[in-house]
Write a protein that binds this ligand. Sequence first.
Ligand SMILES: NC(=O)c1ccc[n+]([C@@H]2O[C@H](COP(=O)([O-])OP(=O)(O)OC[C@H]3O[C@@H](n4cnc5c(N)ncnc54)[C@H](OP(=O)(O)O)[C@@H]3O)[C@@H](O)[C@H]2O)c1
Length: 184
Amino acid sequence: MVSIDKLPNLSIIVAIAENNAIGKNNDLLCHISDDLKHFKSITSGHPVVMGRNTWNSLPRRPLPKRRNIVLTHDASFFENDVEVAHSIQQVFDLVSSEEESFIMGGAAIYKQFLPFASKLYITWIDKCFDADVFFPEIDFSLYSKISESERFYDEKSDVAFRYAEYMKNPSVNSNNKLNVLKYS
Ligand SMILES: NC(=O)c1ccc[n+]([C@@H]2O[C@H](COP(=O)([O-])OP(=O)(O)OC[C@H]3O[C@@H](n4cnc5c(N)ncnc54)[C@H](OP(=O)(O)O)[C@@H]3O)[C@@H](O)[C@H]2O)c1
C-alpha cells in the first residue's frame, strides 16, 4: 500500500505509435534521432525512472547527467551510479524533493505510474507497428493539451511524428491522494 500525503511531481515521457504500441523484443519500435535529442533535452538534470527491462535495453547506460532509478524486485541488482527501487513507494521516497522526475518506461512501469503522473510528454508516431508492449489507455478527459508541435518526418525510420504535452487537470490533481488509495 502506497501511503503519502503529497505525491512527488512525476511526468511520463513516451513515444507512442498509432496502435498504442511502444516496443518490441525489448527495443524501441523505431529510432527517431530528433526524438532521442528531444528526450535528452527534456530529461537532462532530472531523475529518470525505468523498469529493469528498459534498463537492459539501453545502448548506453546509465543515462548521463540524470539520476538513474531502476525498478526491480531483484534484491541483488546492483549497477554503478544507479539507484535501485523495489516498489513504487520507494520511487516516491527517492524523488520526493525533486522538482520534476520522469517515468521513462517501459510498459509495466507506465501502467503503474500513469495514475500518479501530472504531466505527459508524448511523441505521437503516425504509424502502426507490430509490437509486444503497449501504452495503457489514456483517459484524455483528465488532461488538457498544453502544447503540440508541427508534424515532422524522420527519413531514416520513414515515420511522421509530432510532440505533444498534456497536464492533468487541477481538479484531478487535488484528488491525488484519492488516486493513491485507489491504485495501491
Ligand atoms: N516507446 C517508448 O517511449 C518506450 C520507452 C521505454 C521503453 N520502451 C519499451 O518498453 C519495453 C519494455 O517494457 P516492459 O514492460 O517489458 O518492461 P519494463 O517496464 O521496462 O520493466 C519491467 C520490470 O521492472 C520491474 N518492476 C516492474 N514493476 C515493479 C515494481 N512495482 N517494483 C519493483 N520492480 C518492478 C520488474 O523487474 P524484475 O523482473 O527485475 O523484478 C519488471 O520485470 C521495451 O520494448 C522498450 O523498448 C518504450
